[in-house]
Design a protein around this ligand. Structure first.
Ligand SMILES: [Zn+2]
Length: 252
């Protein structure tokens, strides 16, 4: 990520506490794994990947804007392949009440892409992996295998799914570069909503319920090559209000 002018870095430290089993899988079972669906680990340690946090917060932020009447795009990655093949992006986006994917090179960047980035543009926000506060031993759950092609239960064969048990605590930082107040507010609001929508796989089976709390907000300001760091935690309310303002300006 390159900025011509680095003025500030806002660091939001978030604590995530699982309220039910959490399963974020790598999407491919490997021959080296003892379970059919292992959870994502880094150096053997279970993590909540920054990319999962980013994806969940992005889709929440899209909904909040969209419901407030602000035009936001549908990300390229959310468009089904069949639509892409037929080059019907614009119709698809219009049917959903969205703009087609933002094209940074043409200068269109919606507020969501401004924070989270687009295919051609890195966003202002970086989402670090959330790491466990203390040692976590994953648990294993057995499920009836589901046939992917028909979504029906297969012949009763079982598969083993790895998950993180409830009550596990993870800490992760979100860094926002040259953030405007409403952008930090948008992330804080999305973290609130994440408590209601959950994270990871098998949410309909009760997985992925999670609590979030903002532990600290640090504001680093750069001027004349000097970095000044201040505790901006008390400004949380202000950031949220700036986001509300941004939304209400668009309400008709
Ligand atoms: Zn966009």
């Amino acid at each position: 990520m390159v900025f011509e002018n680095l003025k500030t870095i806002t660091e939001v430290e978030v604590k995530y506490t699982t309220r039910s089993c959490l399963a974020i899988h790598s999407g491919k079972s490997t021959a080296y794994s003892v379970v059919d669906q292992p959870i994502i680990k880094i150096g053997g340690v279970p993590v909540i990947p920054g990319s999962s946090i980013k994806g969940a917060l992005r889709s929440i932020t899209e909904s909040i804007f969209s419901e407030s009447g602000v035009d936001v795009c549908i990300p390229e990655a959310s468009i089904p392949k069949t639509i892409k093949r037929k080059r019907r992006h614009e119709d698809y986006a219009r049917d959903l009440g969205r703009l087609p994917p933002c094209d940074h090179s043409r200068g269109n960047v919606c507020p969501v892409c401004d924070i989270f980035g687009a295919a051609s543009l890195s966003g202002r926000a970086m989402f670090m992996d959330a790491r466990p506060e203390s040692d976590i031993v994953p648990i294993k759950r057995t499920h009836v295998a589901i046939r992917r092609d028909t979504n029906a239960q297969s012949d009763g064969s079982l598969m083993e799914l790895e998950a993180i048990d409830e009550g596990a605590i993870f800490l992760g930082t979100i860094r926002v570069f040259n953030a405007e107040e409403w952008q930090v507010g948008a992330i804080l609001r999305a973290l609130e909503v994440l408590k209601l929508v959950g994270l990871g796989a098998k949410k309909t089976a009760g997985y992925g319920e999670i609590d979030t709390s903002v532990e600290k907000i640090m504001l680093n300001t750069f001027a004349d090559g000097v970095r000044k760091t201040e505790d901006a935690t008390p400004n949380a309310e202000e950031y949220m209000c700036a986001f509300e303002d941004k939304l209400s300006k668009h309400e008709s």
